[in-house]
Design a protein around this ligand. Sequence first.
Ligand SMILES: C[S@@+](CC[C@H](N)C(=O)[O-])C[C@H]1O[C@@H](n2cnc3c(N)ncnc32)[C@H](O)[C@@H]1O
Length: 343
Amino acid sequence: MMLYHDVVSMFPCTSLVSRSFHRQVDQMMFWTASSRNLTCFAPITNAMQMQQRLLSSFSGGGSKKKVLAGSKKKRTQSSTKWTQRHEKDPYVKRARAQGSPSRAIFKLEELEIMATSFMKQKMKKKRSRNDGNKSQQIRTDFFLPQSTVLDLGAAPGGWTKYVAEKRLNSNGGLLISVDLLQLDDRTVMAIERDADAPDFHFIQGDFTTDGIKTEILDLLSMSNRNGVQVIISDMAENFSGDSLTDALKTLNLCEDALMLAAGSSCFDEQYVSGSNREEDGILKHGGTFLCKYFACGQENEKDLKEAINRHFEFSTSLKPKASRKESAELFLFASGYRGNKSM
Ligand SMILES: C[S@@+](CC[C@H](N)C(=O)[O-])C[C@H]1O[C@@H](n2cnc3c(N)ncnc32)[C@H](O)[C@@H]1O
């Protein structure tokens, strides 16, 4: 059986293969969905048929029937273990007690504290290097009450709940949440009933598709915004059972999120944000970006970090306590976006 990383390792520049491969996979998405309608379509071009053959070889498809994640018995045992661990998890218990749709809310809460302390340290160093030059002010707060925030991979809604109820206010705050899946109904109703909550919109669909990107841009322009101050992504696809495949897929979502933030050329090493070149990213100058990834030591991870270093003043990887120790899950935090100076 050929796995995704087997194919990727056959190419000298793995990150490029991965990106272009996924880009083409994106193009063959069989459906797009929005909060109002669901459209199905099946592209039937030769290129896509080729991609489908490739995809089935990655997932163990093709002429011989393959099982990726072990026997049914093994999977049943591991899902029972997962349920037992989940039920004992103190963060799950806390989330239930406070009516939060997921334990992820505690990760964001911690990430905000960690990121703020990281920024304070960086600013302190920067100030001492600049001999107290006050013009070098960069914000250290993760969220400001009147910011515009884009929450990618929002369902069931832990991060959305945290940002809407605790971080933005009704006086200028705007929160746009996007996910393939629906948000938890009670969370949405609570935000809608809360007079102090920011202007809130949920878009259901794949954020990498042009349709959903257009919906995001339309919402921004209807709200008289030309960009967003903060992009947070907790996106991950359903786990396949192969940790490297899952890590690469999640990195690919991070790459897409970064391209939405910093523009489609942001992985081009020659391109520097803030140059005179026209930019098509939606992150405002000085803005903040956070994305979840799984450490795997592959070229894609290095590429993502390098791109982030080129486009942001500060960046670091963070591991909150609420993220399980045994998981390779990490969060890349970046602040002080160098591009979109005119926004
Ligand atoms: C770990 S969950 C997010 C949990 C959420 N942050 C919370 O606090 O409840 C990951 C989410 O990413 C979403 N996702 C994965 N790929 C996506 C895509 N291309 N576009 C939009 N959402 C996506 C999944 O549907 C899933 O709901």
